[in-house]
Design a protein around this ligand. Structure first.
Ligand code: PEP
Ligand code: MN
Length: 356
């Protein structure tokens, strides 16, 4: 059977997790699982047993009966099995049926009380745990969940990026906001798998989105598969057949993250970047010193720290210059907003004598 623990240690190939949104019955699961097991890239079989539905009249999953089916699929195919858990009872049942990998869903991660209950239920187990991003793009909340599980002694932790609810209609069911999983991966120091199915919400965008995730160095993909997607009881629009999955995986280009044989070609350019970053830090230090002097002046002359007209004009001037230089306006705005805020903090400290 696939050794997930050793994958955690090496992360050598993208981890592909696939299977139906929900386990619906023996025929559906077995047909899907057997076809998926014939795709060598697929390493873990997923299947929802308890489904968090918006309205109670929707299909809410098979519960314990579905766990027997997942177990049967594991015996039949040799694939490790994964399911979502949301309560301590789910944890106990999933472990009783030999579920190999658990994940916490986006609706559960938003609630620290639920996360803590799960962490307590999982204490002392060795089961790898994947934590989906909360529905809102809140890196701290996502990170907090990882910290709760880590404190409970869970060693094999990963994130799942499944996109974020957005107040406007977009082409995606859940907006990817790629910067959020990148920030999360740096802070949480865990692998992050991209659940392209829940990001896209439809089959058409899956390939583009999966390629983008790989290009941004994600550690794997979760893709929902159903032997007959149009008949699926949940998420019918986003599921694909195992055959379509095989074609999708064949079409993807997997790029190397840190390939030692080519990375040496980057040494000079990276050295140059490091020198520039050092210069930027020196410049920022000089800028903050001048800002502090301005703060002293404003204090002596009883002036407000924020001078809105001056701030508006300098940002507008910077954007004109940035445009001439071919720099991205969004980046330049973000950089100067951050610098301006730091300046305001500095001058407020000067005003309140916290800077002596
Ligand atoms: C799922 O994976 O089927 C699921 C319910 O996902 P999420 O928690 O991301 O909505
Ligand atoms: Mn789903």
């Amino acid at each position: 059977m696939f050794d997930l623990i050793s994958w955690f240690d090496h992360r050598d190939t993208p981890l592909i997790i696939s299977g139906p949104c929900s386990v619906e019955g023996e025929e559906q699961l077995m047909e899907t699982a057997k076809a998926l097991a014939a795709i060598p890239e697929v390493k873990i079989l997923r299947g929802g047993i308890w489904k968090p539905r918006t309205r109670p009249q929707s299909f809410e999953g098979m519960g314990e009966a579905g766990l027997s089916l997942l177990k049967m699929a594991k015996q039949e195919t040799g694939l490790p099995i994964a399911t979502e858990i949301a309560t301590p009872q789910h944890v106990d049942l999933a472990l009783k049926y030999g579920v190999d990998v658990l994940w916490v869903g986006a609706r559960t991660v938003v609630n620290p009380f639920s996360v803590q209950l799960l962490a307590d239920a999982l204490r002392g187990t060795e089961v790898p745990l994947f934590v989906k991003n909360p529905i809102s793009p809140d890196v701290q909340l996502w990170l907090g969940a990882i910290e709760r599980f880590r404190k409970a002694g869970i060693k094999y932790l990963a994130g799942i990026h499944r996109g974020f609810q957005y107040y406007r209609e977009t082409a995606f069911r859940n907006l990817p906001m790629w910067e959020v999983p990148i920030a999360f991966a740096r802070l949480a120091n865990v692998p992050v798998v991209t659940d392209v199915s829940h990001i896209c919400g439809n089959r058409e965008l899956l390939l583009l989105t999966a390629q983008k995730a790989l290009d941004l160095a994600c550690d794997g993909l979760m893709i929902e598969c159903h032997h007959c997607p149009s008949k699926a009881l949940t998420d019918a629009r986003q599921q694909i057949t195992p055959n379509q999955l095989r074609k999708l995986l064949d079409a993807l280009v997997v790029r190397s993250k840190e390939n030692p044989s080519v990375i040496s070609g980057l040494v000079t350019l990276r050295g140059e970047l490091d020198d520039i970053d050092d210069e930027l830090l020196q410049l920022l230090t000089r800028r903050m010193n001048v800002s502090a002097q301005i703060g002293q002046y404003k204090k002596r002359h009883n002036m407000t720290v924020v001078q809105m007209d001056r701030w508006k004009k300098s940002l507008a001037d910077h954007l004109v210059m940035a445009d001439k230089l071919g720099l991205d306006a969004e980046m330049v705005t973000a950089v100067f907003e951050t610098i301006h805020q730091a300046s305001i903090r500095k001058q407020t400290d000067v005003l309140n004598n916290r800077d002596d």
